[in-house]
Each structure stands twice: as C-alpha cells, then as structure tokens.
Design a protein. Structure first.
Ligand SMILES: NC(=O)C1=CN([C@@H]2O[C@H](COP(=O)(O)OP(=O)(O)OC[C@H]3O[C@@H](n4cnc5c(N)ncnc54)[C@H](OP(=O)(O)O)[C@@H]3O)[C@@H](O)[C@H]2O)[C@@H](O)CC1
Ligand SMILES: [K+]
Length: 507
C-alpha cells in the first residue's frame, strides 16, 4: 500500500472526481457513509449515548456535517458544533444547508462548550489533511476542552491538529483521539511513536479513490500489509535441493548469551534455509549441538567468544551479531568478514554496536548488506540522537543511501529502508514481541531468506519482517502479549511462511 502525502491526497481526490465524473460532494458523501458504517457496527443507535460532532470550516468539517445527517437518518441523535469561520469550504456550506431541521447545530463560543461526560461520544471533524498551521483561538480552546473530557473521541481522517506528514511544533494542540478512522490509505503520521497518543487505534476505510492515480503516484513510503506481501514467496519446486535454499553461516553467541545464537539458529532453520553452520565459542558448542541438532556447529578455539572467521567459501549468506559480545578479537572477525565476504550479510545486535564504535568498519560494509538495529543501536550507528521520529526517518534514508545497504529499524511499525531511500513500514506484530530474543529470531529468519537464491534482497527483507510480526501475532493469541517469549515465535514461522507462499494459479 502506498502512503501518499497530504498534497498527493488532494490530487487523488481531484483525479477521482475527473475519472468518475462525480462532484466533490458525492465523494464526501462516500467518505461519510464509510465512516457511519464503521461507527454503526460498534455503536448501535439504541445505545442512546450522547453524541457531539465538532466540525471545522473545510472539507473535514464537511465530512462531519454529512456524517451527522447520515447518523440522524439512521436514528442517532447527534448534536453538531461548528467553528466560527469567515470562509468555509463550498462542501462545508452545502452540507450545512443539508442538515435536517430537527438536528441541533450550534456555533462554538467559549461560553457554550458542551459538557462531555464519560458516556459521550465525540466525532472530531475539525481539521484533516488540510491543516496548515497550529491551532489557535476557538479551535485551540475546543481541543483543550475535548482533551480534558473523558468522552470517547473518534477522529475523522486525522486527529485535528496533527499534520499528515511532518512534525508539528512541540507545543501544538492536537486532539487525543481513541480511534482515528481515515480514508483509503494510511497517513505517515499514524506510524510514528510520537503521534500514538493522538491517533489512538487507527483504521483506513476504502472510498475508491482513482486507482490509476494511486498506481502512478511516486512515493517514498509504503505500508506493508498482506496484499503487498502476496506473490513475493514462490512455492518450492518439487526438484529443488538443499543448494536452492542456500547454506548459511551464523556467527553468534558468547558466554552467557549462547541462548541468542540458539534462537537465531532455530529461526533460520524454520525460515527454510538449506543448511546452517553456526560458529560458536567453545562454551556454546555442546549447547548448540543439543538445542539445534539440524545445524552444524563449528567451535571456535576461544572458550567465551568468537575469535576466528571460518573459510567463507561454502556459504550463500552470513549472519553475525546475536549474543556476540564486543571483544576486540570479535571485532577483528567482523572486520575480516566485511573485507572478505562476497555473499549477502545480515548484521544485528553487537555486530551493529561494533560498527557504531568503529566507524572505519562502516566504510567496509558490502553493498546490499542488511542491518537490523533498534533505535538505540541505530543512534550509535549514526552517531547522534534524532530530534524526533521524522528526523530519525531522514537519518535512516541518508544512512542507507550513503552505505548502499538495507536497514531495518525495529519498533512498533518496523521500518525497512532500501538503498534508494524508500521506506517500508511493516504492519504485523504486537507489543508482546518487545521481549529479549525477539530480535535474534528476526536475524535468523532474515538470514534464511537472504540465503534463498530465489529471492531479491528487498523481497527477502520484506518477507522476513512481515512473517516475524505475523508469527508474533499468532503466538500472542495463545500466550497473550505479556506471556510471549521469543522462543514462541519460532514454531509459527513455518506455518506463516506456508500461508504466504504463492499458490498455483486457480483454474
Ligand atoms: N482528499 C480526499 O480524498 C478526501 C477528503 N475528504 C476530507 O477532506 C479533508 C481535507 O479537507 P480540506 O482540504 O478542506 O482541509 P481541512 O483539513 O478540512 O482544513 C482546511 C480548512 O481549515 C483551515 N485551516 C487549516 N489549518 C487551520 C488552523 N490551524 N486554524 C484554523 N483554520 C485552519 C483552512 O484554511 P486556510 O489554511 O485555507 O486558511 C481551510 O479552511 C480530509 O481530511 C477529509 O476529511 C473527504 O471528504 C473525501 C475524500
Ligand atoms: K479530524
């Protein structure tokens, strides 16, 4: 799914009117109907909860007025509140005129703000994608009032006050919505942690914007949902052999952190790798042999950490990092690996910390390497903290362009950056996965997919992120989010990959 900017959303709106020969009021009606269906499914008219619909002067407010009329027709008893405005939009004015006589509509004044008890439902249709500056005056006062109330707040398209694809100044007022019901495509603002308190739980409803416009729109950001992933994982050919799926090498583990290497190894095996060899410090050798008998273990001559790089000839891909430690000798192994490898690399955890601490190593990074930092590791890699989440995304784009690599920034919407700077926001996963070892599982899975000769680097990375999150979602259904441990993810990898495998075309 593409993520359009606010300006592109306006263009998509115009293109749809042209392509379908409809008026903007008709498209607004479509959006309002989609919203009302969403609400009606969750809140029946007979619930009798007080409902207040707050409308701004533009088309977001127009949506609010159309929503009010449709809900009124469906048996709800909403009250409408409009902001005083010199020049409301044409579709606002039209829908204002269309309000039935029996539907109360008030202009908002400081002294006439309604009481909003906990039972009340607020529909926030003040501002959407057309917001152009911070809220002031009556709008600011109203948003403060909404945020102080205990009512349930549902935002139309955007929580009012939030910009679609740029940061607003830190002291800006923004509606804290419990739900944001948006149209057609997700907005960048929904995917960033700093906006979570405003956006709440979000959903996008189709309103059938012009598919040709969307198809041709150049974008920097994608949302990776099921549709986007389908078709990327080919079915296994009956005559395929171990070589097709590659022989992977994993360099991982140190005393006290052999578990990380075991988790990564098991995930790699379940990710479908042909063969797996694990370089482990001697202390990990018997553990690996027992815990993952399908993997071959190569014991290092050092007891506690990895000090030797094996001959790289047999391998289709190399993963390094989980539980590795940051000993000087291990750092030298990483340096040699970066110098010598001719196959794809997956770098995680301490491998990234070593890169961050030794910038000369970064210069050796082979093109198309795949790095999987969490925000703190990423900060160490780039050497300075981000001002905010938008700045972090810019840092990410700059980093991958500079190093010609793929970088996975782990978080609620784990973000893959491709070497050209395009960002892909993953949709799967849950907070239960914020637990030790979850990243090691991801590294193992990505290693398996990078060793699979049938997959492009981009497809391998996208599939890995998506399948990892989906395995987490399936595991959490059984364990609950709090009870989820990283090892639970592993047994869901196989079934999830099976689900994502492209079936034969139907007859
Ligand atoms: N695109 C689509 O596909 C579809 C879009 N639809 C809906 O349209 C919405 C976008 O509508 P929109 O463009 O009219 O913008 P909107 O957010 O209502 O605000 C603009 C108005 O507010 C004003 N204003 C701005 N900031 C302000 C401030 N801080 N304080 C005070 N005023 C401020 C601004 O004035 P100006 O900046 O011109 O001075 C202008 O008057 C979109 O979110 C969705 O809900 C659906 O109906 C159908 C499909
Ligand atoms: K809104």
């Amino acid at each position: 799914m593409k993520i359009l900017t606010a300006a592109q959303t306006r263009q998509a709106d115009a293109a749809t009117l042209l392509a379908e020969g409809i008026t903007s009021a008709e498209l607004m009606e479509r959006a309002a109907t989609a919203f009302c269906h969403w609400l009606q499914k969750r809140l029946p008219a007979h619930s009798q909860r007080p409902m207040h619909i707050f409308c701004g002067p533009g088309n977001n407010g127009g949506d609010g007025l159309a929503i009010a009329r449709q809900l009124h027709e469906a048996g709800y008893q909403p009250q409408v509140w409009t902001l005083p405005a010199a020049q409301p939009s044409a579709d606002f004015t039209l829908n204002r005129q269309r309000l039935p006589a029996g539907l109360p509509c008030h202009e908002i004044q400081p002294e006439t703000l309604p009481q909003l008890p906990a039972r009340a439902v607020v529909v926030d249709a003040l501002f959407g994608t057309g917001l152009s500056r911070p809220l002031t005056g009556a709008a600011a006062m109203l948003v403060k009032h909404l945020n102080q109330s205990e009512a349930t707040v549902v935002a139309v398209d955007m929580p009012s006050g939030l910009l679609t694809d740029a940061p607003q100044s830190p002291d800006s007022l923004v509606v804290r919505a419990h739900y944001t019901v948006s149209f057609e495509l997700p907005k960048l603002a929904f995917l960033l942690p700093q906006n979570a308190e405003f956006v709440g739980q979000w959903e996008v409803l189709p309103i059938h914007l012009d598919p040709t416009f969307i198809h041709n729109a150049p974008v920097d950001n994608y949302f990776v949902n099921d549709n986007f992933i389908r078709g990327r994982l080919p079915a296994r050919n009956k005559f395929s052999h171990k070589g097709t799926f590659g022989h992977a090498l994993l360099l991982a583990g140190s005393r006290g952190k052999i578990g990380a290497s075991v988790l990564a190894a098991k995930a790699c095996l379940r990710g479908g790798v042909g063969l797996l060899t694990v370089r482990t410090p001697a202390v990990g050798y018997p553990i690996m042999q027992v815990a993952a008998p399908e993997a071959m273990a190569l014991a290092d001559s050092a007891t506690d950490f990895v000090t030797e790089l094996p001959d790289l000839k047999p391998y289709a891909a190399v993963g390094i990092g989980p539980g590795l430690g940051q000993e000087h000798a291990t750092c030298e192994v990483l340096r040699q690996l970066l110098r010598k490898t001719k196959v794809p690399l997956v770098l995680d955890a301490d491998a990234l910390n070593l890169l961050g601490a030794n910038p000369s190593l970064l210069k050796l990074l082979p093109r198309e390497s795949l790095l999987t930092p969490h925000p703190k590791e990423f900060e160490r890699l780039v050497g300075k903290p981000a001002r905010d989440d938008y700045h972090r995304l810019e840092q990410l784009r700059t980093f991958v362009r500079e190093h010609g690599c793929y970088c996975v920034l782990k978080g609620a919407y784990t973000t893959l950056a491709a070497p050209d700077g395009t960002l892909y926001f993953n949709s799967t996963g849950n907070p239960g996965m914020a637990t030790g070892g979850s990243g090691d599982v991801l590294t193992g899975l990505l290693l398996a997919l990078r060793a699979d000769k049938r997959l492009s680097p981009l497809d391998a990375a996208l599939l890995g992120l998506y399948a990892h999150g989906r395995a987490g979602d399936q595991a959490a259904q059984q364990t609950g989010e709090a009870g989820l441990v990283a090892g639970d993810l592993i047994r869901f990898i196989g079934p999830v990959l099976q689900e994502l495998t492209t079936p034969l075309p139907g007859l």
